[in-house]
Each structure stands twice: as structure tokens, then as C-alpha cells.
Unconditional design. Sequence first.
Length: 191
Amino acid sequence: MDFFKWAAPFYDLAMKVVGHGGSLKQLMERIEPAAGDKLLDLGGGTGQLLDYLPENVKVTLVDSSEEMLVRAKRKERKQKVKYINARGDNLPLPDDTFDYIVVADALHHFTKVDETIRELKRVLKPGGKLYIMEFDPETLLTRFISGAESLAGEPANFYSPEELSKLVTEIGLKPEIDGISKSLYILQGSK
Ligand SMILES: C[S@@+](CC[C@H](N)C(=O)[O-])C[C@H]1O[C@@H](n2cnc3c(N)ncnc32)[C@H](O)[C@@H]1O
């Protein structure tokens, strides 16, 4: 089953019910891009992160699900946005392009996580920053989400903050961990 093909029509409503917007807002409060900065939203889905971005940022939203992208494109945006249907492990984007990359609540849905982080490092500008918002697999909430997603055929590739820090370090980014809640954390990786 293609999970996001099935979930796309319900996604925005479901995320509203669980208060996903609050987490995205907290994530963006840590980033504060300047006018003209280029930001990649990988696994951007229906584009919910864009609700919390200033208008003068140049956004590229990449997602592997055409159904999620269709919904992202329907929304009116104050930012200049480019939409691309692609996988994170094979980005059709040039080297050293982005000031910021955000992967919000998406990495655990990816199958080739190592290759994806390598691609993100490649397209990040020197001095640029990668932000990954993920669920900590040690908590009860994440165990529940992981079980439900596995049943739906998703990879449920949940990394602990320590495991993700180790991975991004091996790939050549400098990690820092910041907690948002008991279950959610943000990894910041600097190039
Ligand atoms: C839970 S949604 C998160 C969407 C958005 N970031 C948000 O916070 O609302 C996960 C998204 O990751 C996308 N996705 C899954 N695997 C992917 C991959 N390998 N490359 C790019 N996007 C992927 C899915 O299509 C889906 O839109």
C-alpha cells in the first residue's frame, strides 16, 4: 500500500487534531531565516511548514508523494515556492544550494536514510544548517506511532537523538540536539 496516497486527503485534518502546527511553529522559532535565504523542506508533504515561514524566503518543497504535493500546490502562499516530486536519497538539485534544510516528522518514513543525509549534506551550503524534527523511539507515544505505521506498511525508521547524531557526524555534519517535548526532538546539523 502507498501510505501517503491513501492518507493525503485526510492528512491536514489529522495533523490539526493532534496539534502538529504547534511543533512546526516551535521548530521555525529556532531557525529564523533572513530575507532571500533558500530553504529546502524535504518530505514537505502538504506544505504545513510554510504556514510558519516568513514571506521573503525562497522555498523548495520536495516530496516523493504526488498526492501530498497536489494538496501543497493548491494552497495560496506568500513565499516563492518550487515544488519537486523526488526522493530524498536522489535529489535533482545542485551542490551547495540551501542556507537551511528542514525535515519535519518525515525522516522515519524514508527507506534510505544514510543516502538521504548524504544528499542533504551535498545540497547544503557551507555554513548552512540542517534541521531534522523527529520522534524519540524510547517514549511510549513513539512506540505507539511506530506500531501503527509498521502495520500500515511504513518503514518506521525511528532514530534516537544519539543514533541520529552519530549518523550525521559520520556523514560530516556537526550535530546539536534540542528537545521540544518528551517525545519530539530537533537535530541541528551544521556543514
Ligand atoms: C508525515 S509526512 C510530513 C509532512 C510535513 N513535513 C509535515 O510536517 O506536515 C511525511 C512525508 O514524507 C514524504 N516521504 C516519505 N518518504 C520520502 C522520501 N524518501 N523522500 C521524500 N519524501 C518522502 C511522504 O510522502 C510524506 O509527505
